[in-house]
Design a protein around this ligand. Sequence first.
Ligand SMILES: Cc1ncc(COP(=O)(O)O)c(C=O)c1O
Length: 497
Amino acid sequence: MRSCDLAELLLTELHRADSPQQKAPLNRRLYHTLRGTILAGKLTAGTRLPSTRDLARDLDLSRNTVMSAIGQLAAEGYLTAQQGSGTFVSAALPDQRPLTPARAAAPQRNPRNLSRRGSLLTRSSGAERLEVQPFAPGSADYSEFPIQLWHKLQAKYWRTLDRDLLDYGQRGGHMPLRSAIAHYLTLSRSVRVTPEQVFITAGTQQAIDLAARLLTDHGDMAWVENPCYWGARAALLAAGLRLHAVAVDAEGIAPLPTDWQAAPRLIYVTPSHQYPLGHVMSLQRRRALLEFAARRRCWIFEDDYDSEFRYGGRPYASLQGLDEDAQVLYSGTFSKVMYPGIRLGYLVVPVDLVDAFDRGLYDLYRPGQLMLQAALTDFINEGHFNTLIRRLRVAYQARRDELSRRIQQTLGARVRISGQDSGLHLCLLFEGSDAAVDDEIVAAQLAVHGISVRPLSRYYVDGPARRGLIVAYAYVPTERVAPWAKRLCELLLQALP
Ligand SMILES: Cc1ncc(COP(=O)(O)O)c(C=O)c1O
C-alpha cells in the first residue's frame, strides 16, 4: 500500500475532535487509529505497510512516534515483521471478533459501564495479551514437552471414567495431587507442608486473588516490589488494595525506614527470583521481613513462580520454610514447567486458614478440572515431572548462555545483565549514558523488526524507573537463539544512541 493512501485513511480518524484518545500521546493515538483500521477490515490481512520513514513524512509525525505505534501493534500480533521484506497486516488477528460494520462505524467512546475498579485495572499499563513472549517471533517452543505421554495419561482417565472426577473440585482439589505437590515441595523447596494445606488453583493469578479476597479488605494497604509483576499488581488492585511500592536492590525487597513505619495488611514478594530484575532475596532480608510481618501482623504472599530453573549461584530454600509464625502463603505454578494454558497452580496456606480457604476457593470459583489434576498426579508420581524439569533446565541454560554471551560480546559495558542465574528471562539494564534512553521506544523499534521484548520501566508502580529490557529466552527454539540474539544486539546497537 502506498504511504500517501494509508496516510489519507488514517488522518481524519487520527485528528477527530470527539475521539476518546484526543488527549492521549500521539503514538497511542496512532496505535488506536491503526488498530481500528485493521479491525474494521480497511487494511486486510497480508497488506504491506509503507516504511515508517514514509509514513512519518506523510502523517507529519516523528519517526519515533510511528515506530512506537507500529512496534506495539507488532508486539500484540496485529502486524507481522518479515526480515528484509517489510511489515504486514497479520493473517490471524489477536482480536478474533471482527468489528461489525455498525460497531466499526460507531465512534469509540470510553467504556461507560466500568466500575472504578475496572477502569483502574484496564488502565494498568503492564497488562498485555502475550504472557509467553519469546524475544523473537514465531510460536513459543514446546518441543521438550512430552505431548504423547501427556495425551496417554489423560486418555487413561477418560477410558476408565471415574464419574467423581467430572464433578466440581471440592476440598482444595484432587487429594492425590495435593499429596504429590506437598511431597515435591518438602523435598525441593523446604516448604513445611501437609497435603491438607495445599490448594489447587487456576494458576498463581487465582491464588493471589483468593488470598487478597480472604485476607484483606477494600482500602487496605499491600506492599509490592518496585518493579513488580503486572499480574500481581492487577489482582491486588482489583481486590481494592492500595499499593505501596517498595524499592528492590540486589538483596531483594529493600524497605526504607519510612516504609517500615506503616504496616501493610499483605506483602507480595518474589524472593527466589525477583520479578522482573531477577535478584535473590538475601537471608538477612528474609529474616527482617518475617520478623516485621510477625510483629505487625501482616500476611506475606510468596510467589515462587520459576524456582525449578536454577542454573547457578547458591539455591535458597523458600521463605515459607523459614517462617516460624505461620504468616507466609506460598504459591507455585505449573505454567512454566508444563505449559501456561494448563491453568493449574497451588497455594500453601497456614494450618489455621485451611477451612476458610477451602470454602473461599469453592464458593468464589467453583473449581474443577479433576481429570486434568489426576493426569498431572501420575505425571509427577511416575517421575516425568522431575525428568522434564531436568531436560528443560539443560535446554534453557544453553539458550541463556548463548544469549548472554552474545550480549556481552556486542554490547559490553553499555548494558548490564541482571537475574540470569535462574528463570526463563533475563533483564538488560541500560548503563552509563544509555541509562536514560526511553526503553518503550527501544522495545517498539525492536518489535518493528520482529523482536518481542518488554520495556523494564513499564513494571514500575511508582517513582523513577530504571530503563532496560526484559528478554525471555526460554521459549525460543535452541537453534534460533544464536541468529536472533545476533539480530537483537545489532538492533540494540542502532537503537542506543
Ligand atoms: C512473577 C510471576 N508469577 C507468576 C506467574 C505465573 O502465573 P500463572 O500461574 O497465573 O500462570 C508468572 C508468569 O509469567 C510470573 O511472571
